[in-house]
Design a protein around this ligand. Structure first.
Ligand SMILES: Nc1ncnc2c1ncn2[C@@H]1O[C@H](COP(=O)(O)OP(=O)(O)O)[C@@H](O)[C@H]1O
Ligand SMILES: [Mg+2]
Ligand SMILES: [Zn+2]
Length: 502
């Protein structure tokens, strides 16, 4: 048969679309013609496929070969179609098509010698194949653990093009699905390692319980980074669906570990302060890579030294903070990535950043300007602000603080209480509650509200600030096992809002 057909998947954002690849051999001068395949990456694909077929099967057609990919409007970046293109060509050279080829989705890049190389985005591609009812998907052997995360479809792993050809003709077996691929191990950072800083430790616990964004300020070496790194350990594990979604993002970013692909814990992502906008929110030339905000999806985005971050990068964070997703326009369409993260920011109080604040040489206006650029829409979303101070010698030798395990239990109980309360309103955490709902249906007693009223009267608090204070007060109440916040919880919440130290 002079016409061969094979199937692969194009992934844009996290959604996959089936792609049909046709290879047509006709008489004429030897040469390869690409139809609807203008991309440079596919020109390279053609060259790899030709070398791989020549080297492993010794059968490159000596006449005119036309290759077509459809639909024609799909993203054609990357090398994931190599295996399907090669199979279509091999099939076109045979007298009859392989029955297996008609029922199989093929993913994988070819090396020149015919080895099959791992590719990015296997998880979303396999999910798409399953959704469209395909019975079988063949992936690079190095991606088999990742592909095995998807149930309800046969997944097979292949090492070489020759092996694939033998399997297509029913002469060989391929590696079968890896049952229950192990999840990524838990990180070992424990809250018990943090000496002193009881107020900041509590703020991290509150942030975990209510999903509030958090800002830590203080001189270098007081433990800001240390605390931020311990927040994910306090959060509940991801549900199976969340784990698949987070894993799919990391798959597309090419960041999955081969043997332990499934990400079951909230990720922690700490971009460098001088990261480009594209590194932060996604993009890059050609293929739209997910950025730090998407890799932090369902986890923690830690912006260390956030006063050093450029204004355009800070500005770019607004959309994902508001929408929980990022849309990247490309020539071949829009790639969407989820980006719902918990923000933790850390900063020195001033640019000279002495270890002892008494040694500061900055003038008042320099100091104000330093953190001033963070104000506005970004800081407005940060419910918890904590000023940290150097640990006094007296803090050493006293009993160690609670461990991550102990605090995590309280966080889980508080989250359960919040979930129960907000369920009728379709939300799960205190950080998501709208001010209107709080004011309409969850009014606090006049005595509980007194500290807020005073702050409002003195012009220290906006209505928006009040809403944020009340959200935190609900979290404090949940952590304390109360049915609703009283005056103490509101007072403490107010001090968190205003950045008071402990
Ligand atoms: N409160 C603390 N408890 C225990 N170790 C601390 C504390 N603060 C700082 N350290 C030590 O100092 C190092 C630097 O702390 P780090 O969290 O990076 O400070 P910061 O981010 O505030 O500059 C840590 O790796 C840790 O060894
Ligand atoms: Mg630090
Ligand atoms: Zn200074």
């Amino acid at each position: 048969m002079a016409l061969g057909r094979a199937f692969s998947v194009a992934v844009r954002g996290l959604s996959g679309v089936l792609v049909e690849i046709e290879a047509h051999i006709t008489s004429g001068l030897p040469g390869v013609h690409l139809v609807g395949l203008p991309d440079a990456a596919l020109q390279e694909s053609r060259d790899r496929v030709r070398a791989a077929i020549t080297n492993c099967c010794n059968s490159w057609p000596m006449s005119r070969l036309t290759l077509a990919l459809s639909p024609a409007t799909l993203p054609k970046m990357g090398s994931v179609y190599d295996l399907a293109i090669a199979s279509a060509v091999l099939s076109a050279q045979r007298k009859s098509s392989w029955a297996r080829l008609e029922k199989t989705v093929l993913l994988g890049e070819l090396a020149l010698d015919g080895r099959v190389r791992a590719v990015k985005g296997v998880l979303p591609a396999v999910l798409a194949a399953k959704r469209d009812g395909w019975p079988t998907v063949v992936v690079p052997a190095d991606n088999l653990a990742e592909a095995s995360l998807v149930e309800g479809i046969d997944v097979l792993g292949v090492h070489t093009l020759g092996q694939l050809r033998s399997w297509l003709s029913g002469k060989a077996q391929l590696a079968e699905r890896i049952s229950a691929p192990p999840a990524t191990p838990e990180d070992t950072l424990d809250l018990a390692d943090v000496i002193g800083q009881s107020h900041a430790r509590y703020a991290v616990e509150v942030a975990a319980a209510g999903a509030h964004h958090l800002m830590l300020t203080g001189p270098p070496g007081v433990g800001k980074t240390m605390l931020a790194q311990r927040l994910p350990g306090l959060l509940p594990p991801l549900s199976h669906e969340e784990a698949l979604e987070v894993t799919a993002i990391h798959s597309v970013a090419g960041l999955l570990s081969g043997d332990t692909p499934l990400i079951t814990r909230p990720p922690f992502v700490a971009p460098h302060p001088t990261s480009s906008v594209a590194a932060l929110v996604g993009g890059g030339s050609g293929f739209a890579r997910p950025g730090a905000v998407s890799r932090a999806h369902r986890g923690v985005l830690f912006l260390d030294e956030c006063a050093e971050i450029g204004v355009s990068a800070l500005e770019a964070l607004r959309t994902p903070l508001e929408d929980g997703e990022i849309r990247l326009a490309r020539r071949d369409g829009v790639a969407r990535y989820p980006a719902r993260f918990q923000l933790v920011m850390a900063a020195n109080p001033c640019p000279c950043a002495p270890a002892d604040p008494r040694d500061c040489i900055c003038g008042g206006s320099v100091k104000r300007r330093y953190l001033g650029k963070l104000s506005g829409p970004l800081m407005d979303r940060v419910d918890l602000r904590v000023e940290m101070h150097p640990v006094k010698a007296g803090a050493f030798g006293v009993e160690a603080g609670e461990s991550t395990g102990q605090v995590r239990e309280r966080v889980a109980a508080a989250r359960a209480a919040a979930e129960e309360r907000w369920r009728p309103h379709g939300i799960r955490t205190n950080a998501e509650v709208s001010g209107a709902l709080l004011r309409r249906e969850f009014r606090l007693s006049p005595s509980a509200m007194a500290p807020v009223r005073t702050a409002l009267d003195r012009g220290l608090l906006s209505i928006r600030g009040m809403d944020r204070t009340l959200r935190v007060a609900w979290t404090l109440s949940d952590l304390g096992g109360l049915t609703s916040p009283g005056r103490d919880e509101v007072t403490t919440a107010l001090s968190f809002r205003q950045g008071g130290g402990g």
